[in-house]
Design a protein around this ligand. Structure first.
Ligand code: AMP
Ligand code: MG
Length: 496
């Protein structure tokens, strides 16, 4: 039996929603759970005792073999547009929500097992996860959190002792425990809207507003609170995409079922951080049309938000023409909000003050320069930061093959960096905006391959290094380097 400390204080609200919002489903039992790792800090935030989480009972919970008191396991219903095509029913096919807890800052968080067996939504799938994708989601989601990007989190991961069959062959199975501020997606709204079930759309919207955007309730007019909700989601997505792009992140599968209403990054499949900068870069082998390329992400976010707005039309105004006008006006705000956020982040990356809007061309030219010369995105900003701190610019210039165009741009940059601004202030801003270690794709792949070979030390080392992405950490210097030509990984796969 567990002592008082080991209890998870579940406080479930999604399970109180109408029955057609989910299907109750226990996780599958697995033969031989083994711990890969837990996230002690996150456990503490959730008032879960990390020692308990590492105990046999905790591990059994992470594997789906032990259902703690207060958990109400369920699979959530949702739909979604996948690569532009609508699928009226998707749902949690390999994920089970154990329940919700209120964290130490009184934010409600979902605890979900991913890869813990079939649900009524599994269709032809096995409901399981292979070790590789679990390792990837753990590393990348924790890296994003450390970079300050809204994201779902990793509470822990275990192997199950069974094999799962994937394209690559038979692979060790694993379960990932994900923590999210909720798992409500654009696709959740679409599920009900597609059935013309406006009552359920309203119930879901009321729930999402109360949980994520309570300030939208401040208004007396209920229709206005739905407009405010749409506005809030538009803003959150605009901010999120600007952050992704400022770190060279490509989500890879920005389908509406992978777009969280909370504004958190969710569902790390074939995602990656760019090495050599290439705005049209995609990593997903299934994204043949470059729909979700680095530079197309804002367009796709707006496309997804338009799908959300469509579901809310009956709530925005009783008059159809009026509700359309409200939705269009709200969506029209995306571009402005995104541009502001994007430019603000890139001004910081380039060491420019926020009021130096006249330097926006310098930023565009800098990005074109590194794109044309295929310079490593992260390393460029890292070396620019060093140059700003008074170090020699040799390491920076050596990233460029065409020295003349670099030197011309660099001279403009040196003139532009505001002389009235304190050098120390500029430097601090740049250091915060320009990480030194990111989860480079080849390093993630090495961690995965080592894990398959039974060695988790590269996974643990990478995860540790990524906790302080902007700090000088001499012991992790090797993790800064871009891949050598033979290490470049052009595709990641979503075969989870
Ligand atoms: P994703 O592309 O990972 O966002 O997943 C899209 C849909 O496919 C969701 O409904 C998942 O639950 C489902 N799915 C993905 N992998 C599996 C699997 N191995 N078994 C069952 N369902 C799956
Ligand atoms: Mg998904």
């Amino acid at each position: 039996m567990s002592d008082a400390l080991s209890q998870i204080h579940f406080d479930n609200t999604y399970a109180e929603l109408p029955e057609h919002f989910y299907i109750k489903q226990d996780p599958a039992r697995v033969p031989a759970p083994k711990l890969i790792g837990i996230n002690s800090k996150l456990a503490e935030e959730l008032s879960i005792d990390p020692h308990w989480l590492e105990s046999p009972e905790g591990i059994a919970m992470l594997a789906g073999n032990f259902i703690p008191a207060g958990a109400e396991p369920l699979a959530q219903t949702y739909a979604g547009h996948q690569f532009g095509g609508f699928v009226p029913q998707l749902g949690d096919g390999r994920a089970i929500l154990l329940g919700e807890v209120n964290d130490k800052s009184n934010t409600r968080r979902d605890i979900q097992l991913k890869g813990s067996g079939r649900t009524p939504f599994s269709r032809g799938g096995d409901g399981k996860a292979a070790l590789g994708p679990v390792i990837r989601e753990y590393i990348v989601s924790e890296a994003m959190a450390a970079l300050g990007v809204p994201t779902t989190r990793a509470l822990g991961a275990v192997t199950t002792g069974e094999s799962v069959l994937r394209q690559e062959g038979s692979l060790p199975g694993a379960v990932f425990t994900r923590v999210a501020s909720s798992h409500i997606r654009v696709g959740t709204f679409q599920y009900f809207a597609a059935q013309k079930d406006t009552d359920s759309v309203r119930i879901l919207a009321d729930y999402a507003i109360a949980r994520h955007y309570p300030s939208c309730l401040a208004t007396a007019d209920p229709a206005a609170s739905y407009t405010a909700f749409l506005q809030a989601v538009v803003t959150a997505q605009a901010e999120l995409i600007a952050q992704w792009m400022s770190f060279g992140f490509i989500h890879g599968v920005m389908n509406t079922d992978n777009t969280a209403i909370s504004g958190e990054t969710i569902d790390y499949g074939p995602c990656a951080f760019i090495d050599a900068f290439h705005p049209q870069c995609v990593f997903s082998s299934i994204d043949r049309q470059a729909r979700y390329s680095w530079e197309n992400q804002p367009n796709m976010a707006l496309w997804n938000l338009t799908r959300l707005a469509e579901t809310l039309l009956p709530l925005l105004d009783a008059n159809e023409t009026k509700s359309l006008a409200i939705a269009e006006k709200t969506l029209a705000g995306f571009s402005e909000c995104f541009s502001q956020q994007y430019m603000s982040r890139f001004r910081a990356k380039f060491g420019l003050a926020q009021n130096q809007t006249e330097q926006d061309e310098l930023i565009q030219d800098g990005l074109s320069l590194i794109a044309n010369q295929q310079v490593d995105f992260t390393l460029f900003f890292r070396q620019l930061t060093r140059a700003a701190s008074g170090n020699s610019s040799v390491a920076l210039s050596s990233l460029f093959t065409d020295q003349d165009s670099f030197l011309q741009w660099f001279a403009r940059w040196q003139n532009a960096v505001d002389p009235t601004e304190q050098a120390a202030t500029i430097l601090t801003t740049m250091q915060r905006a320009n990480p030194i270690v990111i989860p480079r794709n080849h390093r993630v792949e090495q961690a995965i391959q080592s894990a398959y070979a039974g060695d988790y030390s590269p996974f643990h080392r990478l995860t540790k290094a990524l906790q302080n992405p902007c700090a000088e950490q001499a012991e992790y210097a090797d993790l800064e380097a871009p891949p050598r030509p033979e290490e470049i990984i052009a595709e990641t796969f979503c075969g989870t």
